[in-house]
Ligand binder design. Structure first.
Ligand SMILES: Nc1ncnc2c1ncn2[C@@H]1O[C@H](COP(=O)(O)OP(=O)(O)O)[C@@H](O)[C@H]1O
Ligand SMILES: [Mg+2]
Length: 393
């Protein structure tokens, strides 16, 4: 089939032609939105799940819904590593755009004028050269959001954002992707900002997404985080939705899948959105004519795994040090797991305590997480098989 009309979209955060199986999550934000606009209390939301289940795509969808509704909305992706962009700078950069749009709505009311000044203090504290407040030419609000401590300053900013949003008849929302990369202090600041706004009945919300360790990290940062957020696990698609994700994009192009062909791809994908897109794409390219059949699908799945090996899996593998790779190799013996940390120590003939730093390194790189005390699991579905394939070849 013609690759030029290929309707599948493997890739981090790439919006699929058919966004299936997420109606409940989309609706949960609609509820927050209408409750907030009616002056009712609503909870912030945290989505968590493995890599490739569609968290980023979902967050982007909600972000565009928020913008369409005229909300003051900003989105950031938390950064990992020693040369990471500080959280404050990311927030300042993302809000700059949102607030320039707010400013363009006409003569600002009292609270809109105030948040522009507070934002200017916040962003000048991030970068005294004013690079984050370009286009927002107001005097900074002295003594507001300018202590340099993110804990205090984010709360000031959130409250003033919410007051301004309320004045405009909307709400304000900060979307944070890869939220598990925030430091304990930054997570604490996010919690405190939401908490303070909520106590004042003001519409400021955080919609976060991250790996399965995120709820635990939030609980460590602030004990009340459990009550603050509505936690929702994002998982693989059920059979019906997975089928729709595969078949509908082709149908839009006038192409059908026969039942056996679809079954081969859906089986191999295990319902993971990323794999459906990948195998859908390679099978489409391998197919000669509609309907796409099981022979096309077998070739497409083979090619799909090869591409995942050099991209999706290898990108993660290459982040690990040699010692971390040994650890991952020992985990892979349990398939997709989870594995017992004690058992891994046995396999590596090491003491469990001496492997602590290795495990911590893998967790902070986002390659593994601890589903429960004493257990460890891959954040990337299919990683165990990938590792076994590396060992064999
Ligand atoms: N609901 C969905 N239906 C079909 N495909 C999806 C869905 N959500 C995500 N995808 C696809 O899955 C892949 C991974 O999505 P992404 O949002 O990057 O996942 P995550 O952020 O959880 O790692 C992308 O190729 C995307 O097009
Ligand atoms: Mg993502």
């Amino acid at each position: 089939m013609d690759p030029r009309t290929n309707p599948y979209s493997p890739g981090a955060g790439v919006r699929p032609v058919e966004l299936v199986g997420r109606d409940e999550q989309i609706e949960s934000f609609e509820i927050v939105r209408s409750r907030a606009e009616a002056g009712r209390h609503a909870q912030s939301i945290v989505f968590y799940g493995l890599r490739g289940v569609g968290k980023t795509v979902l967050l982007n969808e909600l972000y565009s819904n928020a913008l369409r509704a005229g909300w003051i909305a900003a989105k950031i992706e938390a950064d990992l590593g020693s040369d990471r962009i500080p959280f404050r700078n990311q927030v300042a950069a993302a809000l700059n755009q949102a607030l320039r749009q707010t400013q363009a709505r006409g003569v600002p009311g009292r609270f809109v004028a105030r948040v522009l000044r507070t934002f200017r203090s916040f962003s000048l504290t991030a970068s005294p050269d004013g690079s984050f407040s370009v286009g927002i030419d107001v005097d900074p609000e002295r003594g507001r959001a300018d202590t340099g401590s993110i804990l205090a300053d984010l709360s000031d900013l959130a409250i003033d954002l919410a007051e301004a949003a309320k004045e405009l008849g909307v709400g304000s929302v900060l979307f944070i992707d890869e939220m598990q990369h925030l430091s304990v202090e930054e997570l604490g600041a996010v919690c405190q900002a939401s908490h303070e706004a909520s106590q004042r009945q003001l519409p400021f919300f955080v919609i976060g997404a991250g790996l399965p360790n995120l709820p635990g990290l939030l609980a460590e940062a602030k004990s009340y985080s459990e009550r603050l957020f509505n936690y929702a696990r994002i998982d693989r698609l059920n059979d019906q939705d997975a089928h729709a994700a595969l078949v509908l994009p082709a149908r839009d192009e006038g192409v059908e899948w026969n039942a056996d062909g679809a079954a081969v791809v859906l089986n191999a994908s295990g319902g993971y959105p990323y794999f459906i897109q990948q195998f859908g794409q390679t099978t489409w390219n391998a197919a000669v004519a509609s309907p796409i059949n099981e022979v096309d699908a077998a070739a497409g799945v083979r090619e799909g795994w090869a591409l995942l090996d050099v991209g999706f899996f290898r990108a993660r593998w290459e982040r690990a040090t040699p010692a971390e790779r040994d650890y991952l190799g020992a985990m892979a013996e349990d398939g997709d797991g989870p594995s017992s940390t004690g058992e891994i120590a046995n396999r590596l003939s090491k003491k469990a305590t001496s492997l602590g730093p290795t495990r911590a390194g893998l967790i902070s790189k986002g390659l593994v997480y601890a589903p429960e005390h004493g257990l460890i699991a891959f954040t990337v579905p299919g990683m165990a098989n990938f590792i076994s394939r590396q060992v064999r070849h």
